[in-house]
Design a protein around this ligand. Structure first.
Ligand code: ZN
Length: 419
């Protein structure tokens, strides 16, 4: 189980942006014999493993021998993006003798967690020839410096940050020069800077993941929300490929969950529906296929915080290493219903994995994720689950080292469940 936590740490490090998460997923799928299905090509319905990429979103599936049109699917859905700071189109700014990078906040980040860290920069450069190039500066390059306490004696009564004024990273001294950052990044990947037409770049903490606690039973790492789930889902799909009969196991990692999923590659867009319709064998076959299908929506959940226990429901809270939690919300912020919950419990029993329950405190609104969106768009029964973490949406989060293995094992059983 802890080997899996070790591999998760490597996965997180290799995936500082959604595009990198997709590239690492493709690398792992290809090594296991999966081949690419281009969106623009005729559908290849032959038995075997396939994957499909669109920007920061990755889909993959395994068609067993003899699966007819309309075969039901078992879908694992997660997201590849995480809250961060995203570089603006004209990044070269500065003041007071410092060169800075213009950024805006991506998603519901805990802004304070980005202060005083050694930050790298990663994403993609879009060239005039229509191609894109991945770039990852995985060394200390940037820092969002906090104001010294001597200059704001009240700061410990409540840190106030203005996203326009106070979150700009520095990356050196001197006067800003237009084109500097792109020129630097183009140099990192041996591209002619004059051929770079645009970019999608985010900052990331370069401190490596670490085992933590007296017994090292915890893992501190960036982007556990939601690369911990993406990693478990890819592992589960590869394990399910050996075992699938009568159902088609599917993995999807969406971009843009942290900003509401409304995009061409997000869960609220048409991509999953289009792929599953083609996978089902066309529009006629998909009605039966979808009716017999189930989706496991996997996103991290809140571990009970020892310093803020009053923010949790006393009988529906979870702790790290107690297994992934089943997430329930009467108002369908999580899509779980009783038959879906039973399918999850069956998968955990089959895999011999412990599971917990998460229901929010009635006075604290809970989050949501791709599950309810998939259920609404496709009418496929969906169950929301996830491993417990502390510090969700911080630049560095914390989970149990055993839960990634628990999640992968339970997800494998879910993806092969013929019932
Ligand atoms: Zn998430």
């Amino acid at each position: 189980m802890t080997d899996l936590a070790q591999d998760l740490a490597a996965f997180v490090t290799s995936a500082p942006s959604p595009y990198h998460a997709v590239a690492e997923g493709v690398r792992r799928l290809t090594a296991a014999g999966f081949t690419e299905q281009q969106e623009t090509s005729p559908w290849d319905g032959a038995p075997g493993g396939r994957y499909l990429v669109r920007d920061g979103t990755l889909l993959a599936w395994f068609v067993p021998e003899g699966a007819p049109a309309g075969t039901p699917m078992r879908i694992f859905a997660a997201h590849t993006d995480s809250p961060t700071l995203k570089v603006k189109p004209r990044p070269d700014v500065g003041s007071g003798g410092w060169r800075q990078v213009a950024v805006e906040v991506y998603g519901g980040a805990l802004w304070n967690s980005w202060l005083d860290r050694d930050l790298g920069l990663a994403g993609r450069l879009a060239l005039y020839d229509g191609s894109t190039v991945l770039v990852d500066v995985h060394r200390p390059l940037l820092r969002v410096p906090q104001l010294a306490i001597h200059l704001d004696r009240q700061v410990n009564q409540g840190l106030k940050l203005d996203a326009q004024e106070h979150l700009l990273p520095i990356w050196g001294l001197g006067a800003p020069v237009e084109g500097d950052l792109v020129e630097f990044l183009a140099g990192e990947v041996d591209v002619d800077p004059s051929e770079v037409a645009a970019h999608d770049l985010v900052v990331h903490d370069v401190a490596p993941p670490a085992r933590l606690g007296q017994d090292e039973e915890l893992l501190a790492a960036p982007r556990l929300d939601n690369l911990a789930s993406v990693h478990a889902g890819l592992g589960a799909l590869l394990a399910a490929a050996d075992d699938a009969a009568g159902v088609i196991p599917v993995f999807v990692g969406f971009d843009h969950e942290e900003i509401g999923s409304g995009s061409a590659t997000g869960a609220a867009g048409p991509l999953l529906e289009t792929v599953l319709t083609r996978l089902a064998g066309g529009f006629d076959a998909r009605g039966a296929a979808f009716a017999g299908s189930r989706c496991l929506s996997v996103d991290v959940t809140h571990a009970a915080h020892p310093n803020y226990l009053g923010h949790h429901d006393p009988t529906h809270r979870s702790v790290p290493n107690g297994g992934p939690a089943l997430k329930v919300n009467a108002n369908q912020r999580y899509a779980t219903d009783a038959p879906g919950a039973a399918a999850w419990q069956r998968a955990c029993r089959e895999a011999g994995v412990p599971t917990q329950l998460f229901v929010g405190r009635n006075t604290v609104p809970c989050g949501t994720t791709v599950g309810p969106i998939i259920a609404t768009r496709l009418g496929i029964r969906t169950v929301d689950v996830g491993i417990p973490v502390l510090s969700m949406h911080s630049a560095r989060e914390l989970c149990g080292v055993h839960d990634p293995g628990h999640l992968a094992a339970a997800a494998t059983a879910f993806l092969t469940d013929p019932l």
